[in-house]
Every structure is written in C-alpha cells, then in structure tokens.
Design a protein around this ligand. Structure first.
Ligand code: SF4
Length: 887
C-alpha cells in the first residue's frame, strides 16, 4: 500500500475531501476524508468510484497536429504561430478560449491572464456559463459582487430548507446526506422541494411544489408580496442596508394570488402553505441550482429569491440566506480568476476602468481587454459565422453540452483552427481538433479548487504523469512564451501561480472587495503542498476580522453605498412560440454519471445503475401517444431528433418529459439531448436556457429489440438504435432495429467480435419471435445475445453477472441462452445500490421480510451502507411495497 494523499473530488460543487491510496497492484483505494469540512468523510457513489476511472483506456498521451503525432515543441509552436497570425490579420477578438469548471484555479488564472491581459480580448468563457452564470449575475446585481453569503453549515442549522430546481439527492448527494442527517436528528426541520419533477430529493421533503417551468420568479415575487402584506418585512434591515425595496415590491404586487398560481402552476393552497411556512420561520435557507439558473429568466429568478431574504434580513446569519450551489468542482474558482468573459480576475470588473488599470499594473500587461468578451452561446455563434477563426477548448465537450449542439458541432467542423486540450483521445469534441494536446487527469494534476461555500481545497497529484501529458496551465504558459509574452508566464509550478493569484486578490483591495486571500500570497512550496481547506475571505491581518465566514448579516455590501439592491423582477414566464409543441422537455442529471461521461462512463459499477439514455414520460401521455414502457421513442423538435428508451413514471407531470444530459455519440446512437435546446439565453447572465424546451414524442416502431453482454466491446454501429455501457469483465448494450435481423449466427459473431462460424448455442422460437445465442470459450461466456420483437425481458444485472461465472456443463450454458436465473443465483433486478451491487428485487425481498426502514434494509442487504447515494431510492421501494401491502 502506498502513501495516502489528501485531495479533492473532481466532480460536483460540493467539493468533498478524498483520501487516495495507491495500492501495490496499481489500483487506487478511495475514501472520504474525515477531516474535510465539506463532507467529513462522506462520499457519493461517483466519488467512491473514482479509483475505477483512472485506467489508461482511451487516454490521449501525445500531442497530435492534423492527425499526426507530434512533439510538444512542434505542437506548441504551431498553436502560438497560428494564434499570433490570426490576431495580426484579424485582431484579438478573432480568437477565443473556451475552458471549463473542471480545470483548476491555477489553469484558469493563466488562461485568463493570457487572453484578457496579453492577447487583449475578453474572449475567454467557460462551461460554467452553462451552469451558474445567472447566480453570478444575480449576486452582482443585488450585492455588488459575486458573493455566496452563507456556508454549508447553514443548511444544517436552518429550520426550513427550500430546494429550488435542485435535485440534491442525485446531483449534490453529500449535501443531501448532510441535510437528511440534520433532519433525522431534528425532525421539526422542514424541507420544501420546488421542482416540476418529483425527483428522488422528494424523499426528504415535507412539501413538494410541482412548479411550472420557470414559474419560480412568480413564486418568489408572490412571497415578497405575502411578506409585505403580513408585515413580516424587517424594516430596520431594509432601511439601513438596502435600496429599491418599494420598486421591487410594487412589481411583485402585480396580481392576486390566483394569478401567481396560474404563473407558477401551483394551487393557491400550495402557495399559501409555502408562504406561511417560509414567513413563520426565521431560519430559512433557499438553495438553488440549475433549475433556477438554466433559464432565459434565470437571473430574475435568483434575484426574486434574494429579494425575499433581503426583505426579512435573513442573510449572513447562522441558518439563513440564499444559497447557490454550483454544478462543477471549480465553477467558483473560475469565477474568482475571471474565467467568465465578463469578469476580470480577483472579482474585479471589466467594465470599470479603474479595475482594468489595476489588473494591467498588477500583471505589467500591455493592456487589458476593454470590454467583455463573447459568452459561450455568442462565442460559438461567432465561430459559426467566421468572426472567430481560432479557438482553444480545454477540458470540456461543447459538441454535447452546448444548446443547439449540432450547430456547435458544424461550427467547429468549419472553424479554421481548433485546439483541444483533453485527457481523452476520442470525444465528440476532440475529433474536430486540428491540434490535440494531452492533459493531466485527476490524480495526476495539482492545483486548487473552490467549492460552493467558498472553500478552497487542494486537488493533489498522487500518480505520475502518463505518456507526454502535461498540466493545462503549463500548456497555456508555453504558448504565451512562444507568442512573445516572456517573463509574465514563467511559472515553474502551480504554487507559483497560486501565490500570484492570492497576491492579486489583495492588490489595492483594502476591504473593498469580498474576495481576498492575501494571507496566502507568500506561502512556500511546502506550505502549498500541505495546504488545508480554507474559506475565503482570508485577508492579511487588518482587512478582515478572521471570524465568521458569512457575509452581510450587518450589511456591508460591495456596492458604491454599501447597500444591497432590490431588483425589480418580471414574473412572466412564457417564451415566444413556447406553445407550438405539446411537451415540455426537462433536461438534467442521473445519480451515477457526471457531465458527458468521459470519466464516470468508464466505471462498470456506476453504469450498473442506469446504462441507457431514457425519457421519463407520464403514463397518460404515453397512452395518448401509443407508447409502451421500454419502447424506443423519438423526442423531436425543429432542431433535431433523438432516440431514447421510454420510461413510464408519474414522477413527471403530464405534459412534461425528462431526458438526462449525459449521453454522447461515444456511448449511444443518437441521444445528445442538448441538440434539441434552443440557444436562448438570459439577457443579464448570458446563461442558456438548457433546462427546458418544447418537443413532441413518438414511438419508433422497431421490428427487433436486442440486449447483449459481451467480453469485447460489441460492434453495433450498423444499427439504427444502440446504447453501450461497460460491465464487469465486459460490456452490455441495448439495441433495436427497424428491420428483422436475418442471419442470426453471423450477426451474433460480428457483435461478439468473433470470426464468422464460431460455434454458438442458439435458441429460436419462430412463434414468439424470441431468439437467443451465446458463445463460450472454454468455461467462460464470450457473449450472450437476446432478441425479441418486443422490448427484451431478461434481467440485465443477472446477464452481466454471467460474464464473471464459470460454465463447466452444458446445462448451465443453456441456462444463459434461456436467460433464466438459477435458483442458487436469483435475479437481483435493476441495480439500486451500485456500491454494494444490490438490486431492486433484493430490496423488495428484504421489505417483504419485514424490513420497513432504510436502516433495516441496509442491515439485511448492505444496500445504502457505503456512500448512501441510493437511500432515497430504497425509501421509495419501501414506500411502494407498503402501499401495495395496504391495498
Ligand atoms: Fe464528489 Fe459526490 Fe462529493 Fe460531489 S458529492 S464532490 S460528486 S463525492
């Protein structure tokens, strides 16, 4: 066993501390760091599975120029020359960087410095624009700075936690667990879930408000009006520390409760219950994430929430405040160092000439971009229409994650010069790169990240760099040197950059800016190596009292007069042409995958939870459209069409469908849902409304459905529908064909990667249309194929397990062909607990045997006893069985 390293999870904005220990066999043991204040030892399923994502499969290990392997020297010179020539000929705004909340603060810092300070353009933006730019804009409008006022502890101290557009159980599981534990210890604590879907987070909610799409602005405008009518406004706080209250209230009092009900999609009773709960509890935290931010009125929604907290003075005190929780591990770090096109580093403002001058002097730069650059959607439009002629994309996959994703892909195809820095050789974006630069991955790179509560943690290297992979900051700095920017980019390590960044936050600050980590400006390399998680502000003595890490309990906002600004919010929700198609498409995440699956997609354990793209459809909508459960359906609008599996559930409202955003062309035939989303943005934040659009759905009448498990990656790309996922000791795939599959034996051999004529066990029932085939090599299963004219009914988890079994006799091999679990190896059903490999049937069996709590089921089956990410699903299964028993 090697030495343990304290590091930070690279996935969501919770920013959990991790203890990583390389083992002698090359594996890495992952544990939660009990000393880290974000998670205190907890991890979710994604974090726990990190050790399974560190292999070299698919890694980009050498630079490539125009499809040929190259040295770093050649590749870097080529990038520098092409950027320099493009700028010379077309000006600095003809180039752009599109970076990512996955990169480290030090990477971000160097990229921003090069673009805004030395190239002289604002054209650097980040995929964090897609995640929380509306929160940034809302904070800046209200507070005068992008400040998250509270801390995670507030979520545990609150008497009421309101979760708006936030499926914490799946998207920020450790925060969900912290809230669930606080509620278990103090059952009087109330949780409200505001979400169009009844997500797994509803498991801990006392109240679920199935809000209409974008109805949140109306909901919170109505709350402001209710607070005023109920005389619950904190007049003292409002008078001393805010401005614009009357104007905001005047607009909020636009309509009677009935109209708020219409706009929010809620009943007047639901509104009254929620308003009474919010109003009657002093300690309220309102948490919001993508359901609020990813909207064409996202910034107004954020300000509608903040308005209510300002009106009651419930901000910056223990257990109170608005709380934006970020999707990405370092969205906050990017915000700190100017990763957004409309910000400068260290929370300085690009529109402010004094701030620009301050940055110029600090960097000794030739000039600083005089205006904001292009935000993500505008940036790719500029690539599309030729204004941007050279783009460098770092650690992100815009071909999958941007709205109108097919247009983004076409723009990159046509762009004269595309550089991509990535860990993988093949993604939907990397394949369009003229220059591919191999980056270090998690465990190999070194730097800092900032989580949603302003806590900076070290993400450390504990593995050696593979191949020729290099840090992202190094790549940027080397190009800067070759573009002639000399000493300004002579960094030897991430710690050099961190010290410069820390010094910049303190530069001419004097308490005028929220972000100040000047106390760290002189850390030695050794101190940086051992950096413990800390929350900002952390100014050198004199600028900050070093006490409470909350903001604004006593005012002190970062506006000219130090008063917070109430914002007049428009509660209307309708987008133009919104009604032209019958269904609201709601996009989001699933529990065990992260973004476009480039890392989590490598883990068979994580893929065992959900292995195929799907659309959740309300049963009545499905009936009206002639869609059966597990049919393949097309989801379409004018921008395109995707094909996914139908999952009928009343977790979605009638008229809504939900499709996850993770699936790419690398793992499925046609499931990139963001190609259906219009590139509509919020006017203040530029954040695209990725959460929703209008669509129609229809069944794709497949003639043949199939499921396969195979030791080798199945060859399915000739089929119109397929979805592929790793499985223990092999692969699993779903597929469908609009033609009956003839020549079964030849088809099976080609899918299994075997030579034609390889001996197979085959079963065909011409009457029912069932066809099965399996191939064995010695005692091992090479592949098993199940075909049917309707969706295949075979236990997926059982079939996957067969890849790890020995088959010494013919009878057991025929059992594989039959697709029937034996009595000594019963069918687990769909995997619910991916950590402990426990399926829905195991849990149901435990419930039937009298285990009626999550804890009892855990004791009986081990489900939910590791990371706990599946506890909400276990509870749902218990509830379902209790309902059945009661019927
Ligand atoms: Fe990582 Fe999960 Fe923690 Fe998020 S909640 S930081 S994904 S372990």
């Amino acid at each position: 066993m090697g030495r343990s390293t304290k590091t930070t999870c690279p996935y969501c904005g919770v920013g959990c501390g991790i203890l990583a220990t390389p083992k002698e066999n090359g594996a890495v043991e992952i544990k939660g760091d009990e000393t880290h204040p974000a998670n205190f030892g907890r991890l979710c399923s994604k974090g726990f599975a990190l050790g399974e994502t560190l292999d070299m499969d698919g890694r980009l290990l050498e630079p490539e120029v125009d499809g040929e392997k190259s040295s770093w020297e050649v590749a870097l010179q080529h990038v520098a020359d092409t950027f320099s020539k493009t700028i010379q000929k077309h000006g600095p705004d003809s180039v752009a960087f599109y970076v990512s909340g996955q990169i480290l603060t030090e990477d971000y810092y160097v990229a921003n410095k090069l673009m805004k300070g030395f190239i002289g353009s604002g054209n650097i933006d980040t995929n964090s624009r897609l995640c929380m730019a509306s929160s940034v804009a809302g904070h800046r409008r209200a507070f005068g700075a992008d400040t998250v006022p509270g801390t995670y502890e507030d979520l545990e101290l609150a008497d009421v936690v309101v979760l708006v557009g936030s499926n914490l159980a799946w998207c920020h599981p450790v925060i969900y667990q912290r809230i669930a534990a606080a509620k278990a210890a103090r059952p009087s604590m109330k949780i409200v879930l505001v979400d169009p879907r009844r997500t797994m987070t509803a498991d801990i909610a006392d109240m679920h408000l199935p809000i209409a799409t974008d109805g949140d602005a109306a909901l919170f405008a109505g709350l402001l009006s209710y607070l005023a009518k109920s005389e619950l406004v904190d007049g003292d706080y409002v008078a001393k520390h805010t401005k614009g209250f009357s104007e905001a209230l005047g607009r909020a009092q636009f309509s009677p409760l009935e109209e708020t009900a219409t706009l929010s999609g809620l009943s007047t009773q639901e509104l009254q219950d929620f308003y009474a709960l919010w109003a009657s509890n002093q300690k309220v935290v309102t948490v919001y994430s993508q359901g609020v931010n990813q909207s064409c009125i996202g910034t107004d929604k954020v300000n509608a929430i903040i308005n209510c907290h300002l009106a009651t003075g419930r901000i910056g005190k223990p257990g109170m405040g608005p709380f934006s929780i970020t999707g990405q591990p370092n969205a906050m770090g990017g915000r700190e160092v100017g990763g957004l096109a409309n910000m400068l580093a260290a929370h300085l403002e690009i529109e402010n000439p004094d701030h620009r001058d301050r940055v110029k002097r600090f960097w000794n730069a030739p000039g600083v971009a005089a205006k904001p650059g292009l935000k993500a959607v505008d940036m790719f439009e500029a690539v599309s229409d030729g204004r941007i002629k050279a783009i460098w994309i770092m650690a992100t996959n815009p071909v999958d994650s941007m709205p109108d994703a097919d247009v983004v892909e076409a723009a990159l195809q046509a762009c004269p010069f595309v550089v991509v820095s990535d860990v993988l050789a093949q993604t939907d974006t990397v394949r369009h790169a003229h220059v591919k630069l191999p980056s270090l991955g998690w465990g190999e790179k070194d730097g800092t990240v900032t989580n949603s509560e302003r806590r900076i943690s070290h993400q450390k290297a504990f593995l050696s760099a593979p191949g020729y992979a290099k840090a992202d900051w190094w790549q940027m700095a080397q190009v800067a040197l070759r573009m002639g920017y000399g000493d300004a980019f002579h960094y030897n390590s991430a710690s050099d950059i961190f010290r410069e960044y820390a010094a910049q936050t303190a530069f001419e600050n004097g308490g005028t800016r929220d972000l100040d980590i000047g106390a760290y400006a002189d850390v030695s390399d050794k101190e940086y190596e051992n950096l413990l998680p800390f929350q900002w502000p952390a100014a050198k003595a004199g600028n900050w009292d070093g006490g409470d890490k909350r903001f604004f309990a006593n005012g002190g906002f970062y506006t000219a007069d130090q008063k917070a600004q109430f914002v007049v919010v428009n509660p209307q929700t309708q987008r133009e042409n919104e009604q032209s198609l019958p269904f609201v498409l709601n996009t989001g995440r699933i529990r065990d995958q992260w973004h476009t699956m480039t890392r989590t997609g490598k883990s068979s354990r994580l893929s065992s939870h959900i292995a195929e793209p799907f659309a959740e459809i309300h049963p009545q909508d499905a009936a009206s459209k002639g869609i059966g459960d597990a049919d393949i359906v097309a989801v379409r609008n004018a921008r395109g069409r995707i094909a996914v599996r139908a999952l009928l559930t009343n977790r979605v409202q009638q008229g809504h469908i939900f499709v996850p955003m993770h699936f790419t062309n690398q793992v499925s035939s046609n499931a990139r849902v963001d190609k259906l989303i219009a590139p509509v943005t919020d006017p203040f934040s530029g954040q695209p409304a990725l959460k929703s659009d209008r669509v129609d759905i229809e069944t794709l009448r497949a003639k043949q459905f199939g499921f396969v498990v195979s030791g080798k990656k199945p060859a399915l790309k000739q089929l119109p529908y397929w979805a592929l996922a790793p499985a223990l000791n092999g692969w699993r795939a779903e597929f469908a064909s609009d033609e009956p599959i003839e020549e079964l034996e030849a088809f099976a051999c080609s899918v299994f990667g075997l030579p034609s004529g390889f001996p197979l066990l085959v079963f065909k029932d011409h009457h029912s249309g069932l066809v099965r085939a399996a191939a064995f090599d010695g005692e091992h299963l090479v592949g098993a194929l199940y075909l049917a004219s309707t969706p295949v009914i075979v236990s997926r988890s059982w079939a996957v397990d067969q890849l790890s079994q020995n088959f010494s006799d013919l009878a057991s091999r025929w059992q594989v062909v039959a697709g029937r679990p034996s009595e000594d190896m019963p069918d687990k059903g769909a995997i619910i607990c991916s950590c402990m490999n426990v399926g829905v049937n195991d849990i149901a069996h435990a419930v039937q045997n009298g285990n009626r709590t999550v804890e009892m089921v855990g004791k009986s089956t081990c489900a939910g006893t590791n990371c706990g990410s599946c506890k909400s699903e276990i509870k749902a299964i218990i509830n379902e069985h209790q309902l059945i028993a009661a019927e």
